[in-house]
Design a protein around this ligand. Structure first.
Ligand code: SF4
Length: 414
């Protein structure tokens, strides 16, 4: 008897529309950079993109480029160039691969969109809500390009977020305005900012709906799909085209649910992914889990672009709240309760923690969290050692063995 066909990863039809949208986004940046018709701001992934868009800047996100360097598996070749000028192999591998890409003049944007390089910045803006690396990363480019570096310094490890925390952060957001007026040559327009923040909020609500659809059994989408489809929420929030894209994606996923079609055939186990993706292994992971009838249905990472708090009469307060209430900013106790809620909400059978060597900020397995949660919820886990971009820090064989052992453990307990 022939072997039964292995479950395949299903393609999402809206992917074509997303690729076109991302191509348009990068070409517009390139055009702005070349022609000077619009100025370009580089912004950290959870920085104040809305404020920049309200001034008419085209907004480029170096972390998105870092993820592309990882997904295209160019990172490990480029990181040594950054190490050679003193950037440690132990710091963020987005940073080191992006700086290496700049030094070697090599970018995945060439193959993907026919661009010679990344757009040149007129201003660089960071928010340290996620880590200090982003500040040092943009400081490198400040020295290279000689353009202004502005930023917001957010405290970390927060439990409850109080009015005192917010007052300082709102003030820091407002304090960016005079500098941006000077750089852009435009007057600040509060109504324009409200429009952009409103669009960003609608985008985030739609993205949240996409992720919540994975609560269905079988789930119409996997974590590996979501890491790709979150692109517009990351780089085009505040632009109506991102909203339109998620409406299209939701229609397709709701169609799958109505037809009883899961992203993984014969979905038997539902996993949670805690931590960063291993960008260069997304396809391997997607195929391997599908072959084990396992759908990774939810993750901390993809949920990080849900900004419920953006809804606010005062757009400065909306931004300050949204970019401070993030999981990555919060205390260990807050994170533990958040994960417990996710495990319950998505009917999770097991958790994969990715201990990313160069990103302690997105690795939540170093202070006893996996053991505490497994004891509390009775949900087994594995911790895989790896990295977001530097594949030299990851063993495919070891991780696959761990995934298979976890599935086997579940299968024996049923
Ligand atoms: S949070 Fe992690 S991956 Fe993101 S920029 Fe900071 S160190 Fe890099």
């Amino acid at each position: 008897m022939p072997d039964a066909p292995k479950p395949a990863v299903k393609k999402i039809a809206a992917t074509g529309a997303m690729r076109k949208l991302m191509a348009d986004y990068f070409r517009e940046l390139d055009e702005a950079s070349r022609s000077g018709d619009a100025q370009v701001a580089w912004c950290t992934s959870v920085g104040p993109a809305e404020l920049l868009r309200s001034f008419g800047f085209e907004v480029y996100f170096p972390e998105n480029h870092g993820a592309m360097l990882g997904a295209s598996r160019q990172a490990a070749d480029l990181i040594p160039a950054a190490n050679a000028i003193g950037y440690s192999p132990d710091i963020c591998s987005y940073l080191t691969s992006d700086v290496g890409s700049y030094l070697r003049k090599q970018t995945p944007l060439t193959q993907a969109f026919g661009l010679d390089g990344v757009p040149k910045p007129d201003v660089l803006i960071y928010n340290t809500n996620q880590c200090r690396d982003v500040q040092d990363w943009l400081a490198f480019y400040q020295r290279e390009f000689g353009v202004p570096l502005l930023g917001i310094d957010t405290m970390r490890g927060l439990g409850d977020i109080t009015g005192d925390h917010l007052d300082g952060l709102i003030a820091q957001h407002r304090a960016l305005v005079p500098a941006l007026e000077e750089i852009s040559g435009r007057s600040f327009d509060i109504d324009r900012l409200k429009d952009v923040v409103g669009s960003s909020y609608r985008c985030t609500r739609l993205w949240k709906r996409v992720l919540r659809l994975a609560g269905h059994k079988p789930s119409p989408i996997t974590f590996f799909d979501s890491t790709i489809h979150m692109g517009p929420a990351v780089v085009l929030r505040g632009d109506v085209r991102a909203e339109q894209y998620y409406e299209l994606l939701i229609t397709e996923l709701e169609g799958r649910i109505a037809d009883g079609v899961g992203a993984v055939d014969d979905e038997t186990y539902r996993f949670y992914w805690e931590g960063m993706p291993v960008w260069g292994k997304l396809r391997n992971h997607a195929n391997s889990f599908a072959a084990q009838r396992t759908c990774v249905v939810a993750s901390t990472y993809c949920n990080s672009w849900i900004f419920d708090a953006m809804e606010c009469d005062d757009p400065f307060e909306g931004m300050a709240r949204a970019y401070t209430e993030l999981f990555i900013v919060r205390s260990e106790d807050y994170k533990e309760q958040y994960l417990a809620d996710m495990i319950n909400d998505y009917a999770i059978d097991a958790i994969v923690y990715h201990d990313a060597k160069t990103c302690p900020n997105n690795s939540n397995c170093r202070y006893g969290m996996p053991e505490r949660l497994s004891r509390r919820l009775g949900v087994p886990h594995v911790v895989i050692a790896g990295d977001l971009n530097d594949l030299r820090l990851y063993s495919e064989e070891q991780a696959q063995t761990q995934f298979e052992a976890l599935v086997e453990q579940l299968s024996e307990s049923r």
